[in-house]
Ligand binder design. Sequence first.
Ligand code: GLA
Length: 415
Amino acid sequence: MRDQGSGPEREPDEAQRAANIRESFREAFRSEADFVARAPGRVNIIGEHTDYNGGYVLPAAIDRTLLVAAKPMPGSRTVELYSVNYDRWASFDLDNIEPSTDKSQTWSNYVRAVAWALADRGYIDVSAMHGAQLAIEGDVPRASGLSSSAAIEVASALTFTRLAGVEMGRVDLALVCQRAENEFIGVKSGIMDQFISALGQADSALLIDTRSLAYEAVPLGLEEISYKLVVADSAVPRSLITSAYNQRTVECEQAVRILAPLLNLGRGAQLRDISLAQLEEHKDALPEMLYRRAHHVISEDDRTLRAAELMRAGLGKDDNMAQFGKLLYASHVSLRDDYEVSSPQLDMLVELASEVPGVAGARMTGAGFGGCTVNIVQARHLDEFQHHVIDQYRQRTGLDGKLYVCKAVEGGTYV
Ligand code: GLA
């Protein structure tokens, strides 16, 4: 990955990056790419670890994206891949799509996963498809909780569907990418990341009902009131994420298994179906740890709906921003204490942020166990944020935290 520097930086614009990846394609394959697909990473504003419980999430697609330049290879059965970031090659056979266990090729597994899932679901007829050459470049920080994996999955799905001449709805495309992640990569993730990467809208977050997959664009409206969406990267890559994440999904299921009969809920019940009052009523039926897990998820759903409500009403009005900020802080505390997916570094970043004037709210974002925080910061306090949060963080931890000032952008496109 290119070094992001430690200051709030502007990325080269997308047209320039598209030109660059076409140039990289030319150098790598000695020919011209037919098209370039692009998909963004995301920051989740609020609604964490709710999506595999049928609950609500409120993410935004961000101006950190993954580009795939592609060209079909008539007569070939091979997909050849070149990663600009790693300066590495990989390839796979369309007749036998398997994950690579070769460490130098695991980056290509997301692309393989999506080809596999599209074929497995019957969306593309792999036997009729040509091989292809693909060059890939991204500036979504990896292992940071900003969904670089969803970005590569969605960009790959856009690439393969176009190569196969198939039109596919965006919700279906997100579902195929989730299946790729769940079954080929082995992370039992919910639908949030792939959904927002495929369907994100500029200047908005999406309130997604992860059960019905109904969604609503909720304008962020930060520019108008001189606030910024700021991501602070703890520079601690997420570790043990797969096992800890999958463990949380199991704990939520266990809590439902105990509560559902007590509440006369039928098969298919999820934490989404249980209110805080019901949880409190049956608190004693649950082991303490499962109670806390359920408490996080159920209270987070409430916070997410309230946050969306405040955004709809306008964060610039009345004391809506203050209330919104409180919801973010409360989400962090809940993730830290009830759900236990934060880390000392993320806690420190949130605490430091809370000391800066002009910070409305802050919380860890994404799966946790390292990665990033999301902060809503008054534009005129950005320098102070940089100095206080990032400099203090470096002094206390020796770690080189980074800031990304983000814009909410459109989901996957061809550029
Ligand atoms: C990861 C998963 C998402 C979601 C978040 C936590 O990003 O991919 O589906 O569960 O963690 O909110």
